[in-house]
Design a binder for this molecule. Sequence first.
Ligand code: MRU
Length: 347
Amino acid sequence: MKQITLDYQPIEWLGDRVKFLDQTRLPDDEMYIETKDYLEIVAAIKELKVRGAPLIGVAGAYGMALASLHIYVKGRAELLRRLKDVADNIGNARPTARNLMWAVERMLRVAVDGKTIENIRQALVAEATAIHEQEAGATYKMAENGAEFVNSGMNILTHCNTGPLAATGLGTALGVIINASRQGKKIHVYADETRPLLQGARLTAWELNKVGVPATLITDSTAGYLMQQGKVDAVLVGADRISANGDTANKIGTYTLAVLARENSVPFYVVAPSSTFDLSIADGSQITIELRNPNEVTRFGGISIAPEGTDALSPAFDITPAKYITAFVTERGIIRQPLTENLLTML
Ligand code: MRU
């Protein structure tokens, strides 16, 4: 498939430093940050300046490459020891997305094979760049594979942000949508605003506007009403971690959508690269759900929206049981029900 040229890049490697788009400033400011300090990458991941499961994997890999280049060490053994700590630090910045630990584990395996400090540095830069290219390439394959589920005239509902900002390349669920639109299919998107941090309103609406796909922003709680009215033909979402039986962690509210979709006979597709699957865990109960600062619920844009001292709870993700998922779209192909058997065969 022809690459789509965008006038923004969520992350870039500039030889000895990383340049990333600060997503917390969107849609008002398109502000890029350049850094040689891996700790700034860790902070950016925690603060959601860089976010979305595949993108934090790529950022984590570049963080390891930065650390290898810029941490002063006396010898190979010391470098490997320091890199192990760096990997733990980066890998634990956000606990739910599999892609982050997947990327740093891959980087560590490469580091161990390096015979000298210089070998290790070069190999880590090459590996991080390869992870970036592979993850971007996977989005194009997912977009092609998912095309069969998107027909002209469809209204598609999506949640959170799954575009190029979240995954490089074309994105995951949004990549399927963008590709279908490029194929000339007339589609319209309902974008959930995605409380509490409004990735749908701030980022999905911004990206769909950039690529010219017609979209309507809705509050999260409008989704059920629209489905009941027959106004949603399919739900497409991304994923942060998928266990061996197909249970799927994704942005909080995804489970609600999946149940509503089943109730209203709307197909529910999850679009995710193989780096998001975690076959080492049997089911979704073993996925750690990140708890965010309650301030993200009680305050908005620096303004308090609840009485002082209000208790709040902010899980960033929820688990959708595999039974609600019509199919997975991966770069290797489509995985249909029964998901558990078919997933193990494909991956
Ligand atoms: O907290 P975020 O903004 O990183 O959450 C992102 C999502 O939940 C996406 O749906 C997910 O990462 C998969 S698509 C890239």
